[in-house]
Design a binder for this molecule. Structure first.
Ligand code: AMP
Length: 402
């Protein structure tokens, strides 16, 4: 069975074609800068070299068309006929309160997704365009939507509500939703497999640390809290996002600076100009920060310390909410690849039974592994995330369940 996973961003379409017998990647790629002269198509088929070409694509439909043509190409393609694709799984950033699990696309589901445009104006319209484009290019092939927010829908009301006037929740659906749910879900399932226990018997904290980062408290397989909120801005310090700040700072900026009187400018400040980048003045990329710290750059060190401190604070507080954990999981670009970040976060957490094996933590490896000491009560795990595979699995499951 073949599953095509599609992730439509505002100006990009990313895809992976899986053979679910053995869960192997057959072909994958991305078209970026849609609508711009510098648009390009980067793609690869299993066992071959990566190819990259400039392309002219003005919208998502043309991008999907190019991808399907490429997959069908007689010489270099991966399928002979579109019917070989059993289902298309779409990554959707925001499902609001409407969608708490993956769903098969129907006209009603599409209307439901449209009603979530206001709370995810950057992402959901692009996803919608992608769904329509896939329907046009792959007529008769079912599509499934897999939501980044869905895994977090088990949070209790006292965790997801903000203490603002209740009518803002009723009218504007302002509440915590959480993001990276597909990743947190995937690594929690892998953690259960690594620990050899059913997920329903485990308490976990999963730390997805990438350009965007979020920490999630998972009790017996169900999310009880997560660090991102109504948007993917709050929580820990990130690459270019500020994470948690005093909300009154926004009112202060609006009052004091004429240029900050509109939401878009403030959003840009907090999402694109802050975090590691804003503090260091260098970069939002952790690799650059780590190098600069080693070279004695004080602001880079401050940025590094702030990020690791904020993650440690969330871990400690979620440890309390869960009344103890079986495992702490690190995943995503920084979580999987930065020993110094993991070490700093786990430093002095022995009171919580979290003890890192520093030598093991420093071993380079792209594999799933345990980096806690033998006597650590809590297992510290590094698990490479695989959101595409999770979407493929969920899509297959929805299809099999009819
Ligand atoms: P992601 O959003 O999951 O792709 O993660 C991107 C982040 O991972 C960027 O901040 C990268 O600098 C960081 N990253 C990737 N590899 C490393 C590494 N070897 N050391 C430190 N940070 C890394």
């Amino acid at each position: 069975m073949k599953v095509l996973v599609v992730n439509c961003g505002s100006s990009s379409v990313k895809y992976t074609l899986f053979d679910m017998d053995g869960e192997k990647k057959i072909a994958w790629g991305i078209i970026e800068c849609i609508g711009l002269p510098e648009a390009y198509y980067k793609r690869q088929t299993s066992g071959t070299e990566e190819k990259k070409d400039s392309v002219k694509v003005t919208n998502h439909t043309e991008a999907v068309e190019l991808i399907i043509k490429n997959l069908l190409d007689k010489k270099t393609g991966s399928i002979n006929n579109i019917d070989e694709i059993s289902v298309v799984g779409h990554r959707i950033v925001h499902g609001g309160e409407k969608f708490s699990k993956p769903v098969l696309v129907t006209p009603e589901v599409k209307e439901g997704l449209k009603s979530c445009f206001a709370i995810a104006p950057l992402h959901n319209p692009a996803h919608y365009a992608g769904i329509v484009a896939v329907e046009k290019m792959l007529p008769g092939i079912p599509s499934v939507l897999v939501f980044d927010t869905a895994f977090h829908q088990t949070m209790p009301d006292y965790a997801y509500m903000y203490a603002l006037p209740y009518e803002l929740y009723e009218k504007d659906h302002i509440r915590k939703y959480g993001f990276h749910g597909t990743s947190h879900n995937y690594v929690s399932q892998r953690a259960a497999a690594m620990l050899g226990k059913p997920i329903g018997e485990l308490n976990l904290i999963t730390a997805h640390l990438g350009n965007g980062s979020s920490i999630t408290a998972i009790q017996k397989g169900k999310v009880i809290d997560t660090s991102m909120g109504f948007t993917p801005l709050p929580g820990v310090v990130m690459g270019t996002r500020c994470g948690d700040i005093d909300p009154a700072i926004i009112a202060y900026l609006m009052d004091e600076y004429p240029q900050y009187r509109d939401g878009a400018t403030i959003n840009n400040l907090m999402n694109k100009k802050s975090g590691l980048y804003g503090i260091s003045g260098l970069s939002g990329d952790m690799r650059t920060i780590v190098k600069a710290v080693a070279a004695g750059n004080k602001k880079a060190k401050l940025a590094f310390d702030m990020l690791t401190y904020s993650v440690k604070k969330y871990i400690s507080s979620y440890f309390g909410l869960l009344n103890g954990i079986d495992a702490l999981v690190f995943t995503a670009g920084i979580g999987e690849n930065s020993p110094s970040v993991r070490e700093k976060i786990c430093e002095n957490l022995s009171a919580l039974g979290i003890e890192m094996d520093v030598a093991e933590n420093n071993e380079p490896s792209g594999e799933e592994r345990v980096v806690s000491t033998a006597k650590s009560k809590v297992k510290i795990l590094i698990i490479p995330t695989n959101e595409e595979l999770m979407i493929a699995r969920e899509s297959k499951k929805v299809l099999s369940n009819g």
